[in-house]
Design a binder for this molecule. Structure first.
Ligand code: ADP
Ligand code: MG
Length: 150
């Protein structure tokens, strides 16, 4: 399967890329974010929120699991790092099928509950401030989306 890659040299570049991607997003889009602690998942989400014209500051929702923000489209920000088990159903479906954009940090931890089609974005440390960002679309909607962006 085709993947799309870029390298960013600092957090601002990651944020700017996410903000640009946000302009292409539609209601019901789901983005899975993967990467080690400090790779930039939350930084990416903050940029995406900016691109969705969210005015509030987006924080890491580690202790709340799901946070909702108003923007051009609603943003549902999930961090499922602390979900106790992969099958614990916290009503994720309602978000995935909602009118907003869902971003899930550590998405593989709830793999069984993820929608069949989504955009997975991997962030890899390549040094203090350098990150490799790999986009892997699953399904025609997300393949199209990647082609529009790159
Ligand atoms: P995660 O949510 O994956 O744990 P965060 O976004 O909370 O990661 O933290 C990433 C940290 O790395 C931030 O302090 C950010 O400023 C820093 N950083 C440095 N370079 C980059 C980069 N190129 N992209 C994203 N974050 C970066
Ligand atoms: Mg985070």
């Amino acid at each position: 399967m085709e993947v799309f890659e870029l390298t960013t040299m600092n957090d601002k570049e990651t944020s700017q890329f996410a903000a640009r991607l946000a302009e292409f997003l539609k209601p019901g889009d789901v983005i899975a974010l993967e990467g080690d602690l400090g790779a930039g998942k939350t930084t990416f989400t903050k940029g995406l929120a900016k691109g969705l014209e969210v005015n509030k500051t987006v924080n890491s929702p580690t202790f709340t699991i799901i946070k909702e923000y108003k923007g051009r489209l609603p943003l549902y920000h999930m961090d499922v790092y602390r979900v106790a088990d992969a099958f614990e159903d916290l009503g994720f479906d309602e978000y995935f099928e909602g009118n907003g954009v869902t971003v899930v940090e550590w998405a593989h931890l709830i793999e069984e509950q993820l929608p069949a089609e989504l955009l997975t974005i991997y962030l890899y440390h390549q040094g203090q401030e350098q990150r490799k960002i790999v986009l892997k679309p699953t399904g025609p909607r997300y393949e199209q989306l990647c082609k529009e962006i790159f």
